[in-house]
Ligand binder design. Structure first.
Ligand code: TMP
Length: 213
């Protein structure tokens, strides 16, 4: 039996992480085998790559080098975590995947999306999520939340991306909406500007329906 591959996307401060862990508890409570993982990261090598990618000190990181590092983390993650879990019938909940590269490196940084897709086909060998949940929120609200969270924790910025301006995050958000528009079979958009309970109810509905298929 092949498991199901569900990915979660959205800009900073969209509430993804909270929602995914609530969903994990819900599925585990129903006795469904489930694994929660994320990109960049998800493996010991991927976590080392994540540190390079998110370190605010790495301002000199070239956009192409950045793209390849996300790809490197993804290749490792697919081999060590995603493919084995799917092969054993597990539901894989992944906090970001290939669409994040198109949204951030493509629409955000301005790298050619055709080239990103080509590289992604090599990295993933064409593996697509069964469902991608886009938690949509406007850039100002999302970034405000993310920065508020950092300030609460006494941090300046968790990642190089939280240092980017509203225009960058607006391009990323608009990019995600365009991707969702182009692939309506796979994507579902959930309004992230509501209470966590309401957002979670929508997500559970979507995943219940996917698992019932
Ligand atoms: P996170 O904060 O959701 O864990 O994501 C880490 C950051 O990495 C976030 O700012 C989005 C960014 N990112 C990309 O730019 N490209 C990618 O392919 C992925 C997976 C994440």
């Amino acid at each position: 039996m092949r498991g199901r591959f569900v990915t979660f996307e959205g800009i900073e401060g969209s509430g993804k992480s909270t929602q995914i862990s609530l969903l994990q508890s819900y599925l585990a409570g129903k006795g469904i085998p489930v694994v929660l993982t994320r990109e960049p990261g998800g493996t010991p090598i991927g976590d080392q790559i994540r540190r390079i990618l998110l370190d605010p000190a790495n301002k000199a990181l070239d956009p192409l080098a950045e793209l390849l590092l996300y790809g490197a983390s993804r290749a490792q993650h697919l081999r060590e975590v995603i493919r084995p879990a799917l092969a054993s019938g597990t539901v894989v909940l992944c906090d970001r995947f290939s669409d994040a590269t198109l949204a951030y490196q493509g629409f955000g940084r301005g790298l050619a999306t055709g080239g990103i897709e080509e590289l992604d086909r090599i990295v993933t060998a064409g593996l697509r999520p069964d469902l991608t949940v886009l938690i949509d929120i406007d850039a100002r609200t999302g970034l405000g939340r993310a920065r508020g969270r950092n300030a609460d924790q006494g941090l300046h910025a968790e990642s190089r991306f939280e240092d980017e301006d509203i225009a960058f995050h607006t391009r990323v958000r608009d990019g995600y909406l365009l991707l969702a528009e182009k692939d309506r079979d796979r994507y579902r958009i959930v309004n992230g500007d509501r209470t966590p309970e309401k957002i979670q109810a929508d997500i559970r509905n979507l995943v219940d329906r996917l698992l019932a298929d």
